[in-house]
Design a protein around this ligand. Structure first.
Ligand code: DQA
Length: 148
């Protein structure tokens, strides 16, 4: 199946951005690992990152027409603010897994607001870059189970 890895604002800076919080793995490495692992599982992984909310909305809106079966999403700071991105995901009705490198629940009060977890298929929070790999495995299992 075709999967979409979607990363929100500032995640292009992974590797150098607050490495104590977000780790030293950069986005290119996360993306290439997921592309390779998806291929091994018989899937195609499309990757997209943007700092612009409207570009993420447009990408999600295109997902259904693009034949995307599953989305792996780290909404980054939009997690705590974007009703628009939430509504886009509900509109296309493509299932998604929410990922956060850091444990947002162990952080500031303003990160306790989350517009995605209650509509996600599942969440991987606080497991660093490994969260993306675990999300892919979970998506793969769901897709296989759905095929019967
Ligand atoms: C993040 C957590 C968010 O609170 C933060 O704004 C990010 C990254 C994470 O992966 O830990 O940009 O989504």
């Amino acid at each position: 199946a075709k999967l979409l890895l979607l990363n929100g604002p500032n995640l292009n800076l992974l590797g150098s951005r607050e490495p104590g919080v977000y780790g030293r793995t950069d986005l290119a490495e996360i993306e290439s690992t997921l592309v390779t692992q998806a291929e091994r599982l018989g899937h195609e992984m499309v990757c997209f990152q943007s700092n612009a909310e409207h570009e993420l909305l447009d990408r999600v809106q295109r997902a259904a027409d693009d034949g995307i079966a599953f989305i792996l999403l780290n909404p980054a700071a939009l997690t705590h603010t974007s009703i628009a991105l939430r509504d886009a995901l509900l509109a296309v009705a493509v299932p998604f897994i929410e990922i956060h490198l850091s444990n947002t629940y162990a952080r500031e009060e303003f990160r306790q607001i989350n517009y995605f977890s209650d509509i996600a298929a599942g969440c991987l929070i606080g497991l660093g870059a490994q969260g993306y790999e675990l999300a892919l495995q979970a998506a793969h299992k769901r897709l296989m189970d759905a095929e019967g």
